[in-house]
Design a protein around this ligand. Structure first.
Ligand SMILES: CC(C)(COP(=O)(O)OP(=O)(O)OC[C@H]1O[C@@H](n2cnc3c(N)ncnc32)[C@H](O)[C@@H]1OP(=O)(O)O)[C@@H](O)C(=O)NCCC(=O)NCCS
Length: 184
């Protein structure tokens, strides 16, 4: 288990399938994720969850639990490149009444710390639609900076928008961690 201040991250798995199914089929939750093939059945979500149990070096998926143990979303590294020592992360807080309460930021901080301290990464990256203001605010709070703009790369609600590639380097993360030490 990876411990944050407000959440813990536990391995994704079939015991959370009913939650995954609910979150991935909520059009508001997935609006910015580019999920095109919903509704997604419980069976397909179970297959996804079972695949996460297979040992693999190039991805790591977690379920986000509140400190009281309530499942509220998923996050993880969808790609881990050990040769170049970077990973690409994704996150979704599926219980949307809990948005804007700091859970996403805390989950990301815990995930990024795991990436640098445990996996020995040099860089953590992500992509986000330019219209996803909430996610952008959350990523900036965690120290991610925009590295590249893919112009009109995404089709969202009938219009093209840019996709932003963001990243944080290990040195930048360590400097932030030194200036705001984590309460343990
Ligand atoms: C994006 C997401 C992970 C963020 O998690 P969260 O728990 O809501 O985020 P936090 O509460 O930690 O931070 C959100 C910040 O965005 C700010 N925010 C919300 N709406 C905003 C807007 N329209 N413009 C600017 N900032 C906004 C909030 O005020 C908050 O900042 P603050 O703490 O300084 O006040 C979550 O909302 C989510 O899962 N959304 C749907 C899926 C998604 O978009 N995933 C990311 C794909 S790249």
């Amino acid at each position: 288990m990876i411990r944050g201040k407000k959440v813990n991250l536990v391995a994704a798995g079939p015991e959370y399938v009913e939650f995954y199914k609910k979150w991935i089929n909520d059009p508001v939750v997935v609006d910015m994720l580019g999920v095109r093939n919903y509704p997604i059945s419980a069976e397909r979500e179970r297959e996804w969850a079972e695949r996460q149990l297979e040992p693999t070096d190039d991805r790591r998926q977690f379920t986000i639990l509140t400190k009281r143990g309530r499942p509220i979303g998923n996050c993880g590294f969808n790609v881990i490149d050990y040769q170049n020592r970077f990973a690409v992360l994704g996150i979704m807080i599926g219980e949307r009444e809990l948005w804007d309460k700091g859970y996403g930021t805390d989950a990301l901080e815990a995930l990024v710390r795991f990436g640098f301290e445990t996996l020995g990464l040099h860089k953590v990256c992500l992509t986000v639609d330019s219209v996803n203001a909430r996610a952008l605010a959350c990523y900036k709070k965690c120290g991610f900076v925009v590295e590249a703009v893919l112009r009109e790369h995404r089709f969202h609600r009938g219009k093209y928008c840019d996709e932003l590639w963001m990243g944080i380097l290990e040195d930048e993360w360590r400097a932030r961690a030194r200036s705001a030490p984590r309460a343990r």
